[in-house]
Write a protein that binds this ligand. Structure first.
Ligand code: ADP
Length: 510
């Protein structure tokens, strides 16, 4: 019909010929959503539709004899009244509220209601649309509960894995100290060492995942040289470069650039990116790390010549548990959490992370961080002198961890006793007052904090050096240990070099 206007067929009724009131009434009566007109002054229902009767369980006549307030769950009435008043005062044109209703049979349902004010002659009314969202709410709550349980499970699992891991790491350290004539034993020892280190990374990543989802990661900030953090990261993954035959090139600006951040976490960011670059690039590929800076920010780029990422996966790779099916390097694929942790850590530093990638053409990850230039204080290494032996009581209920810890410390010349619970710690300490206590916080009889309080009250042990050992190492955990009376708080598995530095420093003080 060239240039013509569609003329309604004379047999079909035109909408213009149907009075609006009829259309509205039909829609009101038959809509599959609850509708009501209420008097704003009294909040009484003036008209209700069939669906609202179905949602509330009341007949039309019963609803017309009641108010919207009466239907509302008592605990939601105050919030409902407040939002209603604001809306009536015309602070908002539209009122959207989710609240609980009590149905006629006493069951509680969730409704989502949208209301708007209409003037009908002299009466100011509110026209409301109500939807029963009980099922959606229940599904969302179930999802949240499942998410909480999953996070709790991951956190517990990671903590539970720390004890056996501590025992393996301690034993491995002891093996290293034995004279190892046999080449085979050496090789086996190297495997145990490497694999337990891998395990430790996985456990730490799992713990970080739990903290990320709970929003509990905090930074221990200082002025950090970006080049220092990059060098440390490269050192950490160095053996992977050589094992997989990758070429590394590094370009850093001549001037020193620093950020105000957590050194360990910054290193972790670069380690994660470098590990992925190695993992997703075949042997002999190139990995290029470069840093640029303007006045405001510094950009660190990790580029590889690896398999790249298909465009449809790019938006998801920073999500938790998002992972590739296989890796060209044949390295273990991981848990799909490294980039999620990396992104969160970068954001905590006030920065951003982006990726450019095409399948087969490699990937380029760019981390931007705000600059915070101030002369970087080079960490002064403590001069550690080991003068004498210390009497150390190890209080630990896991027999393997206790034994290996005792063995490692004895190797260093200390005199060690072991207690498997707080009660035996107290009785050993009475007869043999130690200079140092190493106390696992999760003891079977009382909490380690309570034990240290008791020990501080006894003359024989009041001045001893007390070290808490725990699977938890958040700033709040450390504060709690210090408040209870500990001098130090160490996280499992204990880093023995750090422990020795503490012991030596302590004895220098004493
Ligand atoms: P994963 O433990 O699986 O490596 P990550 O969170 O570190 O987990 O990475 C998520 C996914 O992003 C990987 O499984 C991989 O598909 C992709 N990816 C990350 N880095 C690279 C890279 N340099 N090259 C190609 N793909 C990568």
């Amino acid at each position: 019909m060239p240039g013509g206007i569609a003329v309604p067929s004379p047999n079909l009724p035109s909408f213009e010929n149907i009075p609006a009131s009829i259309i509205l009434r039909e829609m009101f009566d038959r809509a599959d959503i609850g509708m009501a007109l209420t008097d704003i002054g009294t909040r009484r229902f003036l008209r209700v539709n069939a669906k609202l009767c179905e949602i509330t369980g009341y007949s039309e006549r019963e609803l017309l004899n009641t108010t919207a307030i009466a239907l509302t769950h008592p605990e939601d009435r105050t919030a409902d009244a407040e939002s209603f008043e604001a809306y009536v005062r015309k602070e908002t044109d539209l009122r959207v509220i989710e609240k609980r209703h009590i149905r006629r049979n006493g069951t509680i349902i969730w409704v989502h209601t949208t209301t708007t004010i209409v003037q009908l002659g002299d009466v100011r009314c509110s026209f409301g649309i109500t939807e029963d969202v009980t099922e959606r709410k229940a599904a969302a709550a179930a999802l949240e509960a499942a998410e909480r349980r999953k996070n709790y499970f991951i956190a517990t699992l990671a903590h539970e894995l720390r004890n056996p891991l501590a025992a393996i790491r301690n034993s491995s350290m002891l093996l290293r100290q034995l004279p190892q004539a046999d080449e085979k034993v050496k090789r086996i020892h190297d495997i145990i060492d490497r694999q337990s280190q891998n395990l430790e990374h996985l456990v730490n990543d799992l713990l970080d995942t739990a903290r990320i989802t709970a929003g509990k990661i905090t930074l221990d900030r200082n002025y950090v040289g970006v080049a220092d953090a990059i060098h440390e990261a490269i050192e950490t993954v160095h053996h992977q470069f050589s094992a997989n035959g990758h070429q590394l090139s590094l370009s850093l600006p001549a001037q020193e650039i620093s950020v105000y951040g957590d050194k360990l976490r910054l290193v972790q960011i670069f380690v994660n990116l470098l590990t992925n670059a190695i993992k997703y690039t075949s042997a002999g590929g190139h990995i290029d790390v470069s840093t640029t800076a303007d006045e405001q920010e510094t950009a660190v780029t990790v580029a590889d010549t690896g398999i790249g990422i298909p465009p449809e996966r790019v938006p998801y790779i920073f999500n938790l548990f998002e992972q590739a099916a296989e890796t060209p390097s044949g390295m273990h694929g991981g848990l799909g959490i490294g980039l999620a942790i990396t992104k969160r850590l970068v954001e905590l530093h006030g920065g951003s992370i982006h990726v450019r990638s095409l399948p087969g053409l490699g990937s380029t990850f760019t981390v931007r961080l705000p600059r915070a230039d101030r002369r970087v204080q080079r960490g002064q290494r403590e001069v550690v002198v080991c003068r004498s032996q210390a009497r150390i009581l190890v209080v630990e209920d896991n027999a393997d961890v206790a034994e290996t810890m005792a063995l490692v410390l004895r190797e260093r010349g200390h005199e060690i006793r072991v207690a498997s619970d707080a009660a035996s710690a107290v009785s050993i300490a009475e007869a043999w007052p130690p200079e140092v206590f190493l106390v696992d916080l999760g003891l079977p009889d009382i909490h380690g904090h309570e034990l240290v309080r008791q020990l501080r009250r006894s003359d024989a042990t009041a001045d001893a050096y007390m070290i808490a050992v725990s699977g938890y190492g958040q700033p709040s955990d450390i504060r709690a240990s210090l408040a209870a009376g500990f001098d130090k708080h160490l996280v499992k598995p204990v880093d023995f070099d750090a422990l020795n530095a503490i012991l030596d420093a302590d004895r220098r003080r004493g």
